[in-house]
Design a protein around this ligand. Structure first.
Ligand SMILES: CC(C)(COP(=O)(O)OP(=O)(O)OC[C@H]1O[C@@H](n2cnc3c(N)ncnc32)[C@H](O)[C@@H]1OP(=O)(O)O)[C@@H](O)C(=O)NCCC(=O)NCCS
Length: 164
C-alpha cells in the first residue's frame, strides 16, 4: 500500500493474528487500552471496522506489526456521518520515526473520500502529533479534541494540489 522512507509498510493487519496480539500486549503493558478495545469489539462483533469508509491500517516493519490506526464512522456524532480516528498506537521503539504520521495519513486519504470531516479525541501527549498533521484543536467537546474538515469532493483542486 505505502512504503515511506522509514521502511514501514502500511497494509491491512489481521486483527486475530499473533502479531496483533503481541502489539496489543505491549500496549497494555504501557497502560494503553486502545488495541484491547479494538480486539474486544472485533471479537464480539460490535466493531468489525467494516462499514463503508471504515478501515484498519497496520504499520509493518518486515513481518512485524509495529503500529495500528483505525478509521471508523464516528459513533459520537448524531445525525451526521463523519469519520473518527481511533485505536492509534505505535510501539514505543518505533515512535518519532514517522510511523504514526504514515498511518494517520492513510486514514485521511480514505476519510476524505467518504466523510466531510475526521474527528479524534486525543490523549494530552498526542495533541502536538495531531496538530502537526493539520488537525484543528476543538475546545469544550467531551468526545472530540481535534478535527479535520474536508472540502466537498466537487470543489477539490486536481490531485496533488489539494489538502492531504
Ligand atoms: C501518538 C503516537 C501515535 C505518535 O506516533 P509516532 O510514530 O511517534 O509519530 P510520528 O513519528 O509520525 O510523529 C509525527 C510528528 O508528530 C509530532 N509528535 C509526535 N509525537 C510527539 C510527541 N510525543 N511530542 C511532541 N510532538 C510529537 C512531531 O512533530 C513528529 O514529527 P517529528 O518527529 O519529525 O518532529 C505515538 O506516540 C503513540 O502510539 N503513543 C501512545 C499511544 C497514544 O497516545 N495514541 C494516541 C491516542 S489519541
Amino acid at each position: 500500500m505505502d512504503m515511506p522512507h522509514t521502511g514501514i509498510e502500511v497494509r491491512r493487519p489481521r486483527v486475530r493474528s499473533a502479531s496483533f496480539r503481541a502489539l496489543e500486549k505491549a500496549s497494555r503493558a504501557e497502560g494503553y487500552w486502545m488495541l484491547t478495545r479494538l480486539l474486544a469489539g472485533w471479537r464480539d462483533g460490535s466493531n468489525r471496522v467494516s462499514r463503508r469508509g471504515e478501515a484498519v491500517y497496520g504499520g509493518f516493519y518486515g513481518d512485524e506489526l509495529v503500529g495500528v490506526c483505525g478509521l471508523n464512522v464516528d459513533p459520537y456524532i448524531q445525525g451526521k456521518r463523519e469519520g473518527r480516528v481511533r485505536h492509534l498506537y505505535v510501539a514505543a521503539p518505533f515512535r518519532r520515526h514517522g510511523t504514526g504520521r504514515t498511518l494517520v495519513r492513510s486514514a485521511i486519504v480514505t476519510a476524505r473520500d467518504h466523510f466531510p470531516a475526521l474527528n479524534v479525541r486525543a490523549t494530552d501527549e498526542a495533541f502536538p502529533f495531531y496538530e502537526k498533521l493539520g488537525f484543528m484543536r476543538i475546545e469544550g467537546e467531551e468526545f472530540m479534541t481535534h478535527r479535520m474538515e474536508f472540502q466537498p469532493l466537487r470543489r477539490r483542486p486536481p490531485l496533488g494540489k489539494g489538502h492531504e
